[in-house]
Design a protein around this ligand. Sequence first.
Ligand SMILES: Nc1ncnc2c1ncn2[C@@H]1O[C@H](COP(=O)(O)OP(=O)(O)OP(=O)(O)O)[C@@H](O)[C@H]1O
Ligand SMILES: Nc1ccn([C@H]2C[C@H](O)[C@@H](COP(=O)(O)O)O2)c(=O)n1
Length: 228
Amino acid sequence: MTKPDKPVPVLTIDGPSGSGKGTISRAVADALGWHLLDSGAIYRAVGYAAGMAGIDLSDAQAVTRCAETTKIVFRDPRDGGETRVIVNGHDATDELRTETCGAAASAIAAIPAVRAALFDKQRSFRKAPGLVADGRDMGTVVFADAEHKIFLTASAEERARRRYKQLKEKGLTVTLSSLLREIEARDERDATRKVAPLKPAAGAVVIDSTAIPIDQVIARVLAVVRPG
Ligand SMILES: Nc1ncnc2c1ncn2[C@@H]1O[C@H](COP(=O)(O)OP(=O)(O)OP(=O)(O)O)[C@@H](O)[C@H]1O
Ligand SMILES: Nc1ccn([C@H]2C[C@H](O)[C@@H](COP(=O)(O)O)O2)c(=O)n1
């Protein structure tokens, strides 16, 4: 009798905005040689496409149609820079990273039919030799069968400071207090929605990175995948 194929391993990294999911996921995926899914970029792309089409984000039917029809392509840059996100043929990478797009993504992500429309697309990223999946419901819903699960968090104040530094370095004018308010509002919406709310998956290893430097967080996550 032949043995059934071993499922492709998945490491899920869920957590609130600014906890470092993207940074840590990219570094861990590179170290393991695994694929990467930035599921937040998919929700941001739909929020962006809906905005471009003039759709009212509270119109669940219209936003769901938008989620079903928006073409989202992740393009690896040839020069080793940031992955580009192409939305309906337009390189929207920079627009997607704005707080406006983050808030739009958070709003449309609360619509159950939108989440259902994006489910298969996210699952399709599971390919050998493995996948690191970053988001809010990777370990609880989309890859509930994942072998390794992390919940990465940090205090809201620390996350606001990180975002402030990031935006200042880009030359943008922001205030720490407004960023803290935006982060707290997004946390509240993502964690209290009825469908797939942000919460640690059962069995997830919780890492609070408030006072832990990036390289140590990466080491802790790698130790979960490759213990000993
Ligand atoms: N442990 C850490 N210590 C200090 N800074 C960190 C740490 N982890 C991440 N950062 C910095 O915090 C900022 C936000 O990180 P990142 O974009 O990875 O968070 P995120 O959780 O993916 O956010 P979002 O959900 O909004 O996409 C980046 O500038 C990153 O370099
Ligand atoms: N798996 C996911 C990923 C993202 N979202 C929603 C909620 C977030 O506020 C928003 C943007 O995500 P980010 O790019 O900041 O990680 O998208 C979600 O509901 N589920």
